[in-house]
Design a protein around this ligand. Structure first.
Ligand code: FPP
Ligand code: MG
Ligand code: MG
Length: 330
């Protein structure tokens, strides 16, 4: 029997099934996506003045963040029964749910090892918390499907923090720490808040795009979140009673429209025209416009946090980054 290679894994033969897994993982990273998270991580480090060795450690962090994000998407697509992402078939469609779950787990574990290898305990703690937050956010989301009455905008934002913003916040603070800032320093704390606000804006815009974009633009079916009963900012604003929006306009529905929306949700949008009718009600009620204003507010709050960082080209880049997050159409 050949003993060499048993302990380090190099002795594993590669049956056809693991080749398929390897190919699917390669395709997952090749189809890419926007790579926003690693770009943000590197920009924060530049804004914090990191160079050479420090910058190279942040580059490793940036890669681990992308692996972690990809892991969460593999699991997310199983939970959401999503068949397409970035215009490609999702992992569980290619491999089946069992194998895809394991690939997701493997990617989570790989990201953890990469982060631990950076040798910074504060960073390990920050990123580990993100993985717990993913679970918290998804569990919170699955508990309130099709629920618009006992589900507040605050609940939605807390959930959005856990499933999306926590990762961007921790990535930014970790980049500051690896650039030499103390974890509790005002600059590292501002980086965390910057990432958190950008993350919240990102999720609100993602939820707006579910209503306003075509499948071709976003690489995944439109109205998918709504169909699954994951109610987001546009619906939650629309489901409120008609009221002044504070900027001279109005939002929300009159009693009749509100009754209709709640009935549609109550029957879980099961009728043939229900999705489109809900979309129209949300648009009439100014739900999308209010959600856009909310995303704008988060970007403004993010910009304020940047004042804690020294003036530089990279800091201006972070400002542009935040603006891109709400200007994007994909
Ligand atoms: C995308 O949201 C979802 C996430 C960014 C988080 C996914 C996290 C998990 C599935 C939790 C994994 C569990 C543990 C315990 C680590 P979305 O579905 O609104 O976005 P989409 O439209 O891009 O699919
Ligand atoms: Mg999803
Ligand atoms: Mg999801």
């Amino acid at each position: 029997m050949e003993v060499n290679g048993i302990l380090d894994g190099t002795g594993l033969s590669a049956p056809a099934s693991s080749r398929l897994v390897a190919e699917s993982v390669q395709a997952l990273f090749r189809t890419g996506g926007k790579r926003l998270r690693p770009a943000l991580t590197l920009l924060v480090a530049k804004a914090m003045g990191a160079e050479k060795e420090r910058l190279s450690r942040v580059a490793s962090l940036a890669a681990s963040i992308e692996v972690l994000h990809s892991a969460s998407l593999v699991h997310d697509d199983i939970l959401d029964a999503a068949e397409f992402r970035r215009g490609e078939q999702t992992m569980h469609v290619q491999l089946g749910e069992r194998a895809a779950t394991l690939v997701g787990d493997f990617l989570f574990a790989t990201a953890s090892v990469l982060v631990a290898e950076l040798g910074s305990l504060p960073v390990v703690v920050l990123i580990s918390k993100v993985v717990a937050d993913f679970g918290r956010g998804e569990l919170a989301q699955s508990a309130v499907r099709f629920e618009a009455v006992d589900y507040s905008l605050e609940d939605y934002l807390a959930k959005s923090f856990y499933k999306t913003a926590s990762l961007l916040a921790a990535a930014c603070q970790s980049a500051a720490v690896l650039s030499g800032a103390g974890p509790e320093s005002p600059q590292a704390q501002s980086c965390y808040k910057f990432g958190a606000y950008v993350g919240l804006a990102f999720q609100v815009v993602d939820d707006i795009l579910d209503f306003t974009s075509t499948e071709e633009e976003i690489g995944k079916p439109a109205l998918a979140d709504l169909k699954e009963g994951n109610l987001s900012a546009p619906v939650l604003f629309a489901a409120q009673e008609r009221q002044a929006s504070g900027d001279g306009g109005e939002f929300g529905l009159d009693p009749e429209g509100r009754r209709e929306l709640l009935e549609l949700l109550d029957r879980r949008l099961s009728g043939e025209e229900d999705l489109e009718r809900t979309k129209a009600l949300v648009a009439d009620a100014g739900g999308v416009a209010r959600a856009k204003a909310l995303a704008r507010r988060f970007v403004d709050l993010a910009a304020l946090e940047l004042e804690e960082l020294p003036d530089s080209e990279a800091r201006a880049g972070l400002r542009t980054f935040a603006e891109f997050v709400i200007a994007r159409s994909f």
